[in-house]
Design a binder for this molecule. Structure first.
Ligand SMILES: [Zn+2]
Length: 234
């Protein structure tokens, strides 16, 4: 695979390309656990199907914990081919690899409280789409999100938390203020609106939007339910 100088630099930073090269250096017996250098899904539809199947195993308490073997780890030394990018919340209750029952090399995961976007998050997302050619990007909010709850609180009291947390909450406040407040479901309405809003921003992003327009990237919003362990697609 040809690697440009710029590409090689980025590859050295983030693990980059070259899984095929690794495949040629290992004995065939090392692949007995079905590890494969090829991405598990080549398009967004297939990637979504894999995520749905993995979440079904998770909420049924039938997780397989795939792709953790010695062979898989060896295979991934030279490169990665994740089939989905997950932008999720940093909350300890929503780790994407567990929620979707995936393993090493499967998901390119970026997490920030409330899935808030900044330059580092956008750069990481774009790296996966542009250089790893990952076809699906999921923006996943969740039930009882503390970051969104803090924005709801700021909306109601007119006061933002101080410092760095205030900056983060301020990023969510705009969505909260444009969501109709109909009482007890307001927090959850804001969680859904926030995930949808971020997905829309990514579809319209100067760089990522190009991949959406040419059909090589699909961006979807989702919500994880803590009680049922199920992911719903928004
Ligand atoms: Zn959260």
């Amino acid at each position: 695979m040809a690697i440009t100088r710029r590409g090689a630099f980025k590859a050295s930073l983030l693990g980059g390309v070259g899984a095929a090269a690794a495949a040629t250096t290992l004995p065939s017996s090392a692949w007995a656990d079905t590890a494969s250098a090829a991405p598990a899904a080549r398009d967004a539809k297939e990637a979504l199907r894999l995520l749905k199947a993995g979440n079904k195993r998770w909420y049924r308490h039938a997780s397989r914990h795939p792709h953790e073997s010695r062979a898989r780890r060896a295979q991934l030394v030279e490169g990665q081919n994740p089939f989905a990018v997950i932008l999720g919340c940093a909350d300890s209750r929503v780790p994407p690899e567990l929620v979707f029952d995936q393993g090493l090399g499967d998901l390119f995961t970026i997490r920030s409280a409330g899935q808030v976007l900044d330059g580092s998050v956008l750069g990481s997302l774009t790296y996966a789409v542009e250089h790893l050619h990952t076809p699906l990007l999921v923006v996943m909010g969740h039930q009882s999100c503390g970051a969104v709850d803090a924005a709801v609180e700021a909306h109601r009291t007119g006061e933002l938390p101080h410092g760095h947390v205030g900056g983060l909450v301020g990023e969510i406040l705009e969505v909260v203020e444009s969501t109709p407040d109909d009482g007890e479901d307001f927090l959850d309405d804001c969680v859904r609106a926030n995930a949808r809003h971020i997905a829309e921003r990514l579809r319209e992003d100067d760089e990522l939007g190009g991949f959406v327009s040419d059909g090589s990237l699909e961006v979807v919003a989702a919500r994880y339910d803590l009680e049922s362990s199920r992911v719903s697609w928004l």
